[in-house]
Unconditional design. Structure first.
Lengths: 451, 193
């Protein structure tokens, strides 16, 4: 088994790189583009529902009143097993209470203000997380694409022996294929740490269920929850006997008194209104990659200890760091902006990969206008589909069938390009459509703010 | 500003300096191991300082500084590059058959099966084996389980790449079988099943 960077190895790496790239290109492009847009998940929610009440902080008693009010509004529905209070944070200064059935924004005094309406943001998150496929199947598929990025990165480096030496050379004005190849190779090199981090954390999140099922089968007698418990903590034993509502204000008071430097991001009430209920408070630790530490409290608000995500086993800290590292929410707006730039760069790398392959074939005399038009339809059609889905949300409202709109357009635009408009090349037409749809969305958003 | 906080920013500055130095070194008419070494040393030192200052958070932030400065240098290179008539590489990927060659669909399908589902299975068994070995070595369940969850995609990605680099089918099967059998053996020795 010899594997030096010989000419043969370089050729095999190029062949493998092209094979994986072509096989994965369209879906990988969708995952990368939606991942770039979802960096502003919090900001999208504020754009979607600009009238929701905002506050820099909320007092613990108001949270308690809000929880009680939302649970009263649950009457007639099956008992909720979990209740989440999203606490106001810098990126999303809103208090929102979510049950298994509904979600409400809460005023600063704890009264219910309005239902939460963030269908676009949730659609976008679902598109990136699971290609909008329900259950863990979609997440697993997206996880596999993370693995493909890892394999593409490795094969790309071996396939291009001069890739580091030429790392600062960008002949952007060259039209003879050189410019396209330079964009692909330079952006790949300089976003390599970002791409590897995103791919590894993304595939860890996506394939987590597969790994957990494996761990459960091998070590925990098929109990999947038991496989996660050493990392994220155990679920308490439920007891459905009715009981007075748990004290959710006391944990917030305890946190403000004992850890004034930490910021609560979520209060989670398990099995509310039962004897088995308990409270978890997730608090953000400044200058850490972990999404937070889970502090646990009894129904009367007494502190029961923490899970250990902040200072427990290294494995706990590692697992808790994957989410922030993947989504770029560990340093406010500057880090988000950096993630958008690098995410866009990764998206361009994916898009140009297939374009390079098509251009080479064209230079060799293979005329494939339909194939080229189809790829144009993917590259420009997906952002058009995103823009039009956003427009649909703005014009029709929170109930609009966003998933259907997005996927019909995403599949339909390339098919139409292949079938009826392969020549002249549809690129310019699609670019104009994208500018028009994005401008329309922007105009509506600005209009709403101004008016 | 605390001492550890300033370490992060010194580390970030080191990363920026490293990128600038590499730009200089790679632009020299002749390759200079010393100039390259200075660049990589600066990068390592920057990473170490950021890590010492604020752990993984510091390293992530300092890395963003390095990548951002490289992006700016690239933007400058793209902006100032003159148009040329250089021809792009026409290296063939040899991924699709040439005109007249058979499609070899069976061979391609087998390559797909080896690199996707079978490599996934092998990576899963290997990561579970590593988890079993970690348990026998006295690691906590939290560390062992997190390691297994990390290793699954990492090993799969490496295996998929490695398999495509191997010219013979037999060596591909060996490459899959070794981690799978080793992992399975370790699971039976150290697992609960």
């Amino acid at each position: 088994m010899t594997l030096t960077i010989s000419k043969d190895a370089v050729q095999r790496a190029l062949s493998g790189h092209a094979a994986i790239g072509l096989l994965a290109s369209a879906l990988l492009y969708i995952i990368c583009l939606t991942g770039t847009v979802i960096v502003f998940y919090q900001e999208w929610q504020r754009i979607e529902q600009p009238g929701a009440p905002e506050m820099a902080a909320i007092v613990p008693d108001a949270v308690q009143r809000g929880v009680a009010a939302v649970l009263r509004a649950e009457k007639g529905r099956p008992a909720t097993t979990h209740l989440y209070v999203h606490m106001p944070v810098d990126g999303l200064p809103r208090t929102t209470i979510t049950t298994d059935h509904q979600a409400f924004h809460i005023d600063a005094d704890g009264t219910i203000a309005m239902p939460e309406e963030n269908a676009w943001s949730e659609f976008l998150l679902g598109a990136h997380y699971a290609l909008n496929i329900p259950g863990f199947v979609g997440m697993t598929i997206v996880g596999i694409f993370g693995v493909m990025i890892l394999a593409l990165s490795l094969s790309g480096i071996v396939a291009h022996p001069r890739i580091f030496r030429d790392a600062f050379r960008l002949r952007a004005r060259d039209n003879h294929g050189v410019g396209l190849a330079d964009w692909h190779n330079r952006l790949s090199v300089w976003t390599l740490p970002f791409s590897l981090a995103i791919a590894l954390t993304g595939s860890m999140i996506g394939l987590g269920v597969v790994g957990a099922y494996g761990l459960a089968a091998a070590f925990y007698k098929n109990d999947v929850e038991a496989a996660y418990a050493p990392i994220f903590g155990e679920e308490a034993t439920p007891d459905a006997t009715p009981a007075p509502l748990a004290n959710v204000a006391a944990p917030l008071v305890w946190m403000a008194k004992n850890h004034p430097d930490l910021r609560p991001t979520y209060v989670i009430l398990h099995d509310p209104g039962t004897r088995g209920q308990h409270v978890q408070l997730i608090a953000e630790h400044p200058r850490r990659l972990i999404y937070g530490e889970t502090y646990q409290f009894g129904p009367d608000g007494t502190y029961h200890g923490k899970v250990g995500l902040s200072d427990g086993h290294l494995g706990q800290q590692l697992a808790a760091s994957t989410y922030n590292l993947h989504f770029g929410n560990y340093g406010g707006l500057p880090v988000k902006l950096a993630y958008v730039v690098f995410g866009l760069a990764l998206t361009v790398v994916v898009a140009t990969g297939t374009s390079i392959w098509l251009s080479k074939r064209q230079r060799r005399g293979l005329r494939e206008p339909r194939l080229r038009a189809g790829w144009d339809g993917v590259i420009w059609g997906v952002p058009i589909a995103l823009a039009l889905t956003f427009l649909t949300r703005l014009l029709i409202g929170n109930e609009a069938p966003l998933i259907a709109v997005f996927w019909v357009l995403t599949i339909g635009i390339p098919m139409l390009a292949v079938a009826i408009r392969p020549e002249p090349r549809p690129k310019r037409l699609l670019q104009r459509l994208l500018v028009a749809s994005a401008t329309a969305g922007l105009a509506i958003v600005v209009g709403r703010i101004v008016l | 500003m605390s001492e550890t906080a300033s370490l992060v920013w010194i580390g970030a500055a080191g990363m920026v300096a490293a990128v600038l130095q590499l730009r200089r070194a790679w632009g020299l008419p002749r390759r200079s191991a010393m100039q390259n070494g200075i660049g990589w040393t600066l990068m390592l030192a920057g990473a170490a300082l950021a890590l010492a200052g604020d752990g993984a958070w510091g390293l992530a932030v300092a890395s963003l500084f390095g990548m951002a400065s490289a992006a700016m240098l690239l933007a400058h290179a793209g902006w100032t590059a003159p148009a040329s008539k250089a021809r792009a590489s026409d290296r063939k990927a040899h991924m699709l058959p040439q005109p007249g060659e058979p499609l070899a669909l069976g061979r391609r399908l087998l390559t797909f099966l080896l690199t996707v589902p079978l490599a996934c299975a092998a990576a899963l068994l290997a990561s579970l084996g590593a988890r079993a070995a970690a348990g026998m070595a006295g690691w906590s369940d939290a560390d062992g389980n997190a390691m297994a969850l990390l290793l699954l995609p990492l090993l799969w990605g490496i295996l998929a790449f490695w398999l495509l680099m191997l010219p013979r089918r037999r060596t591909q099967w060996v490459c899959l079988a070794v981690p799978a059998v080793a992992g399975l053996g370790l699971v039976f020795i150290g697992g609960a099943v």
